[in-house]
Design a binder for this molecule. Structure first.
Ligand SMILES: *[C@@H]1O[C@H](CO)[C@@H](O)[C@H](O)[C@H]1NC(C)=O
Ligand SMILES: *[C@@H]1O[C@H](CO)[C@@H](O)[C@H](O)[C@H]1NC(C)=O
Ligand SMILES: *[C@@H]1O[C@H](CO)[C@@H](O)[C@H](O)[C@H]1NC(C)=O
Ligand SMILES: *[C@@H]1O[C@H](CO)[C@@H](O)[C@H](O)[C@H]1NC(C)=O
Ligand SMILES: *[C@@H]1O[C@H](CO)[C@@H](O)[C@H](O)[C@H]1NC(C)=O
Ligand SMILES: *[C@@H]1O[C@H](CO)[C@@H](O)[C@H](O)[C@H]1NC(C)=O
Length: 719
């Protein structure tokens, strides 16, 4: 799945970054210091983050796109005529705008919350990116909330302001700005002039529009202005509102301001930030669009719904956050809970949930996932595979939604090789297949993955219809594994950065488990017996182990000193396939504590880097004490303060090769962190009740909560 390796660059970046971090004397991080805070993370093109080393200087700090591009997003509050910068005002002169003090930074599964003090008032910036997988409408909306909560002990005159700039479009110099006001809803749409459909620039979408919107509430007056940041912000600083003639050129900002008037107690206002693409995905030549457009086909109707939906989205997010903490801590402790909280938005932030743009038929829903930060492949089977534990826990239908675009293509007979395809497109959002038959070859890897994913889907959902319609395709790949799954020709596995191998033991394990998985979905005992036979050869007869059976070797025969993390054993346990006996798992529990680097166990004996997703899979096969070592090591990497990318799933685990341990390599923001949910998945499918309700268009949710954010309220009171 990876094709590059650039150890040197990443360690250099990491050391420069850690050098720059000066902590504010007040600042604390809860539950821990992450590498980077998700701000607006909902799909591959709406992915804004605040590197954690910038948080102590939040008033002057700009966020970044996941791939590292700077984004303009500022927030200012004005209290009795004095302005305070809260975020992203780099050129603040310290007099007309004073920097607020940052007191606390927090993250949950769905929120990032910064608590600041601006003169006499407390201000909370609450960034909510809903994760609502079973509610396709809510999940597919390409917007994220910023809620500003202001509170003070006596009445103050308060105005709040926020702006974004055209760096959100990926090509500032050719940006155009449109402003719309529909029934009070004010929205800016920033687009790139003459952008080509589906064109990217360094992973940012050039087609589509960056969106910034808000709506007056019953206690605020809303104003809007675009133009140079100096002019626009001066209007706000001087008058507490935005007025004048809007303009647009390179470097301009699009701003919205709320006048809250006299505030006693606390008040909140919402902004929406987003990135809309009408044609979101090119699936085999047909445009697919966001699921939400079936019901809200225009930008303003979608935004209006999004803002209306806040109260319910908030309640749901608070339940999810709480339930995830409780259940993940019960599964593997509080450090594990921290890891899952940081992984959740990122895992779903790699996905677009779509329907055909022409028919807007919600029956044709398909999910697409981007292989972020390696090569941008679409619906890579060995990206869906490592990520699947989060779907298993939150909504196993995503396994089908993500595989269906691939299965339709295979069923159409457009792929002719005897093993299955690696992905459905070389680069997102072009899910156009590989009619030239030139997908990255990973024969055993992807055949095993596909069969195991299909088995996981039917086991978790009880739906056997979907797999049965593709039985003949699955059987072809099961037969391929039967033929080729022990005497394995030289080939890549998922970790392609490690190079191809002959007779890689972990692939042989995957083949055995994959054949058994096919036995389960087809009910054909013949395949189950062959899967068991393969496992016998690999484990009981010792082909894939050292002579004394202390560990699985990297490759066989005759490489007794080598080893690789045999993470393909995990689905065997999760799905109750019983391909390998308990003795095979116990072996790993004993062995892997003996090859542990400073930050855990590397992928195999040749590498100094680890894959966090596969390590959590493997930990799911261990007894508690070894499992806890793996959790401790990943947590130590996540919280060590040495790096500031969105959660990296690949990092230096050991100093054995002379590299600095505990720093990431190449990978940022990848949805494969869904694999961190492996330990929680062992609690069973759909184990988070709060989000397992059915959703989608037609199941209108109703309800009402106070606009004041319960979390924000709690925090500001404590000040
Ligand atoms: C204004 O909105 C708040 C929060 O939604 C609500 O509690 C309050 O009753 C509303 N006031 C009026 C006058 O409508
Ligand atoms: C998507 O559908 C809209 C109508 O809903 C249409 O105007 C637009 O051209 C379509 N996009 C593409 C790329 O076909
Ligand atoms: C499977 O298909 C049958 C017949 O079409 C249908 O009655 C049944 O509800 C389907 N089951 C599931 C779980 O979708
Ligand atoms: C494995 O494959 C090689 C090359 O095709 C062949 O020479 C060898 O006999 C095979 N071994 C077994 C045990 O099938
Ligand atoms: C791979 O393993 C098989 C035994 O299953 C063996 O016959 C073959 O020689 C091995 N291939 C290599 C290149 O070692
Ligand atoms: C295998 O185990 C035996 C008995 O414990 C021991 O004497 C021998 O050295 C071990 N062999 C290897 C290769 O470690």
């Amino acid at each position: 799945m990876l094709s590059l390796s650039s150890l040197g660059v990443s360690s250099l970046c990491a050391s420069i970054l850690s050098f720059l971090g000066r902590e504010s004397p007040y600042l604390t991080h809860h539950p821990v210091l992450p590498p980077s805070y998700p701000l607006a993370v909902r799909n591959p093109y709406l992915s804004a983050w605040m590197p954690s080393d910038r948080v102590s200087q939040l008033p002057v700090s700009e966020p970044q796109f996941w791939a590292g591009q700077e984004l303009g997003w500022s927030v200012i509050v004005r209290v009795d005529g004095q302005a305070y910068s809260l975020m992203g005002v780099p050129d603040s002169d310290g007099r007309s705008i004073r920097p607020a003090e940052v007191h606390r930074a927090r993250f949950t599964a769905t929120h990032t919350i910064f608590d600041l003090v601006a003169g006499p008032v407390a201000v909370t910036l609450d960034f909510l990116s809903p994760v609502s997988p079973s509610d396709y409408l809510r999940q597919s909306l390409p917007f994220s909330y910023l809620t500003l909560h202001v509170s003070g002990s006596r009445g103050y005159n308060i105005q709040v302001y926020s702006d974004i700039d055209a760096r959100w479009t990926g090509r500032e110099s050719r940006s155009v700005c449109e402003f719309q006001e529909v029934d009070g809803l004010a929205s800016y749409s920033l687009t790139v002039e003459d952008a080509t459909l589906y064109e990217e620039a360094d992973d940012m979408a050039l087609w589509g529009s960056a969106i910034f919107a808000s709506r007056p509430t019953n206690f605020t007056a809303l104003s809007a202005l675009s133009g140079s940041p100096e002019d626009v912000r001066r209007s706000f600083l001087e008058k507490g509102k935005l007025s004048g003639k809007g303009s647009w050129s390179s470097g301009s900002v699009a701003a919205l301001a709320h006048d809250l008037g006299e505030v006693t107690g606390g008040l909140s206002v919402n902004f929406a930030v987003g990135y809309e693409r009408e044609a979101a995905i090119n699936y085999l030549g047909e445009p697919y669009t966001g699921y939400y457009r079936a019901k809200y086909p225009t930008s303003s109707s979608a935004l209006s719904f999004f803002l209306d939906d806040y109260a319910i989205a908030l309640l749901e997010s608070l339940k999810l956050d709480q339930e995830l903490v409780t259940s993940s801590a019960a599964a593997a402790g509080s450090k594990y809970a921290d890891i899952l909280a940081l992984s959740t938005r990122q895992a779903f932030g790699g996905i677009d949930l779509t329907i055909p743009n022409g028919s807007l038929d919600t029956g044709g829903v398909l999910a697409f996932i981007k292989e972020l930060s390696s090569d941008g492949n679409v619906n890579t089977i060995d990206v869906i595979m490592p990520a699947f534990p989060i779907y298993y826990v939150m909504d196993p239908d995503y396994i089908r939604l993500l595989l269906e675009p691939v299965m339709k293509y295979l069923a159409a007979g457009r792929w002719h090789l005897p093993y299955t395809i690696h992905d459905i497109g070389t680069h997102y959002p072009h899910a156009i297949g590989h009619d030239d038959q030139q997908a990255e070859p990973m024969p055993i890897e992807e055949c095993g993955n596909l069969l195991i994913l299909a088995a996981a889907y039917s086991r978790a959902t009880g739906d056997t219809n979907w797999t049965s319609q593709y039985t003949s395709i699955f059987r072809r790949y099961a037969d391929y594994l039967v033929e080729n799954g022990v005497n394995i020709t030289k080939q890549l596995s998922s970790n392609d950065a490690a190079g191809p191998l002959t007779n890689e033991t972990n692939l042989a394990i995957k083949a055995a488990v994959g054949i058994k998985a096919y036995g389960q979905i087809s009910g054909d005992g013949h395949y189950s017996r062959i899967g068991d036979d393969h496992a016998n050869i690999i484990f009981r007869q010792g082909l894939g182990t050292d002579q004394n059976q202390t560990h699985f070797v990297l490759q066989y025969p005759d490489w007794p000193e080598t080893w690789k993390t045999p993470y393909n054993l995990f689905p065997d346990i999760l799905l109750g396939l019983d391909t390998f006996p308990d003795a095979a798992h116990r072996m790993g529990s004993d062995f892997f504590t003996t090859v542990r680097g400073e930050y855990g166990v590397p992928l195999d004996n040749r590498q100094d880097w680890a894959k966090s997703d596969w390590n959590m899979w493997l930990a799911g096969t261990f007894e508690t004490s070894t499992r806890d070592e793996f959790v401790d090591d990943l947590w130590a990497f996540m919280t060590n303060g040495k790096h500031h990318w969105p959660f990296s799933d690949r990092y230096i685990a050991s100093s054995e090769h002379g590299n600095e341990p505990g720093v990431p390599v190449l990978c940022r923001a990848r949805p494969t962190v869904g694999g961190h949910f492996a330990l929680l998945a062992l609690a069973g499918p759909r184990s988070l009740q709060s989000i397992s309700g059915c959703g989608g268009i037609g199941s209108e949710s109703v309800g009402h909560v106070d606009q004041n954010h319960p979390l924000a309220g709690k925090h500001t009171e404590e000040l």
